[in-house]
Design a protein around this ligand. Structure first.
Ligand code: SF4
Length: 329
């Protein structure tokens, strides 16, 4: 119990919590997975770290029957859809994604009715109900490949208008109908902040997540998902990199690239929902086996089709178009 932990200095308290988490994990035969935007201490204690696609796939492969998902609700829900026989727990049930909440079933059905027969590509940052009404899902690492793989010219893309617009610039032959959703974390960054940061670090490359609006992407040397950013950071000769995504990412980038410097262009590059999970909540989750994320079997069966279609598309499509790399030489 939390109340039994020593109330000494912070360091002693944190060590005691960590020890307890590790012991409980073993006792309950659980694993901890965490998104790249989580707090550093959560990233450090996780068994698997990654972006939403990597985590969805990893959960499918692990033998553990209990998975504590440190991330936001749609991620744990996706893991549950793909792994109905595993217990998927989220430490903070309020950890949601404002972008995912910007689209609902009613809105999507209305859009589909207005554009009959047009396939729906759904970014995984969405509810199970929305996925269930979509033809195929995508993540920021494979969105370009998924849209490119569809034979149709006209495509509905939900809910992220920034990711959808970015794909449209890369695939001008497509006619993409966008939903007006966005990520507030990437949206709130001003162009001026990028310009100022570049001036402060003139040798640095700028990498940006495709959830950023065009006003930021136009300054990028590299555009890609968080897993793409990790690969780019390792492969580029640049020793300094400006990170155009949530600040939590910098912890992992620094850990895996000790010889390089990483800068955030803004102190506002923080997703409040991703920061809700603390060591205390993680311990609470393992101790009480809460909060389980489940969807009804009817919705699960429909939404798993869109997710499986995405996963099936991946190996072949990955060979075709890698994430945009346009490093200036
Ligand atoms: S960073 Fe943006 S897209 Fe990701 S969980 Fe937070 S609000 Fe949602």
């Amino acid at each position: 119990m939390l109340k039994d932990l020593p109330l000494a200095d912070d360091k002693q308290y944190i060590l005691a919590i960590k020890k307890r988490i590790v012991a409980l994990k073993k006792e309950k035969k659980a694993i901890i997975v965490a998104h790249n935007y989580e707090r550093p201490e959560i990233q450090d204690i996780a068994d698997i770290l990654g972006d939403s696609l990597e985590l969805s796939r990893a959960v499918t492969k692990v033998a553990a029957k209990v998975v504590v998902f440190c991330g936001v609700h749609f991620m744990a829900e996706t893991a549950s859809i793909l792994n109905p026989h595993k217990k998927i727990l989220i430490p903070v049930k309020e950890a949601g994604c404002p972008m995912a909440d910007m689209i609902d079933l009613k809105g999507l059905l209305k859009l589909k009715k207005a554009s009959p027969g047009v396939p729906v590509v759904c970014y995984v940052n969405s509810s199970a109900e929305v996925k269930a009404e979509s033809d195929v899902c995508c993540t920021s690492s494979n969105a370009l490949d998924i849209v490119a793989s569809l034979p149709d010219k006209k495509i509905i893309f939900v809910p992220d208008r920034n990711l959808g617009s970015y794909i449209q610039t890369k695939l001008p032959e497509k006619d993409i109908l966008l939903w007006e959703g966005f990520c507030p974390t990437h949206m709130r960054i001003a162009e001026e902040e990028i310009i100022t940061c570049k001036k402060q670090h003139p040798k640095a490359k700028f990498m940006a997540h495709p959830e950023c609006p065009q006003r930021l992407l136009k300054h990028a040397d590299y555009i890609g998902s968080t897993s793409g950013m990790l690969k780019y950071s390792k492969s580029t000769k640049a020793k300094e990199i400006i990170v155009g995504t949530e600040r939590g990412m910098i912890h992992r980038l620094k850990r895996e690239n000790p010889g390089k410097k990483f800068y955030s262009p803004s102190e506002h590059f923080i997703c409040a929902d991703m920061k809700l999970t603390t060591l205390g909540w993680l311990l609470h989750s393992l101790e009480n086996m809460v909060y389980e994320v489940k969807v009804s079997e009817k919705i699960r069966k429909k939404s798993v089709e869109a997710l499986n279609k995405m996963l099936k598309c991946m190996p072949a499509s990955n060979k075709k178009t890698k994430e945009t790399k346009r490093e200036k030489r």
